[in-house]
Design a protein around this ligand. Structure first.
Ligand code: HEC
Length: 157
């Protein structure tokens, strides 16, 4: 092979390898971001599960447990938008149920986040004030946002 051509081929192979490395790294970042948001969502699930027995009167009311559960939802959800950066939707090698609507209707998505943060924050205040009846009455507002956001922005399984 002519020396110049050989050099060009080597350069081409190296560029391709660098490109593949960049793609692999980007994919690792997306995978980590997707895992982080799933962890937040599982935290939401655990928070709701932790207060279910109380809400069903299977366990006595515990203001601390109630406040802790809603603090976890509120704080987890505050950081949610940053866990849905552009380019972190469904793609090869990434398991996610995030729908394109998250990026197509960003304002609506963030409005759902804001609304659950507000609802959870109000419940923290109610629990800390020992207002069991108020807490019970307000729980629906939180679970309703879980459901409506999933309906619009999460692919069915
Ligand atoms: C602002 C929108 C939004 C709100 C509010 C929301 N979720 Fe989610 N949730 C999502 C999206 C989007 C996914 C899919 C994430 C993915 O697969 O990348 C998801 C996934 C999940 C999952 C599956 C996680 C996994 O391991 O794959 C659970 C469980 C969950 N959410 C529970 C909840 C609960 C409980 C609430 C309410 C306290 C809630 N979510 C509120 C958008 C939301």
């Amino acid at each position: 092979m002519h020396k110049k051509i050989r050099l060009a081929v080597v350069a081409g192979v190296m560029a391709a390898a660098a490109g593949a490395a960049i793609v692999a790294e980007a994919q690792t970042n997306v995978a980590q971001t997707v895992q982080a948001r799933k962890d937040v969502m599982r935290g939401n699930g655990r928070a709701l599960a932790s207060i279910q027995p109380m809400l069903r009167n299977e366990q006595p009311w515990n203001a601390q447990t109630a406040a802790a559960a809603m603090t976890s939802v509120r704080d987890g959800m505050r950081g949610l938008p940053s866990l849905f950066p552009a380019g972190s939707g469904a793609q090869a090698g990434i398991e996610t149920r995030a729908l394109p609507a998250i990026w197509d209707q960003r304002a609506a998505f963030e409005a759902q986040v804001a609304s659950i943060v507000t609802a959870a924050d109000q419940l923290v205040t109610l629990a800390q004030a020992g207002n069991e009846a108020g807490f019970r009455a307000g729980m629906g507002a939180v679970t309703q946002v879980c459901g409506s956001c999933h309906t619009t922005f999460r692919a069915p399984q």
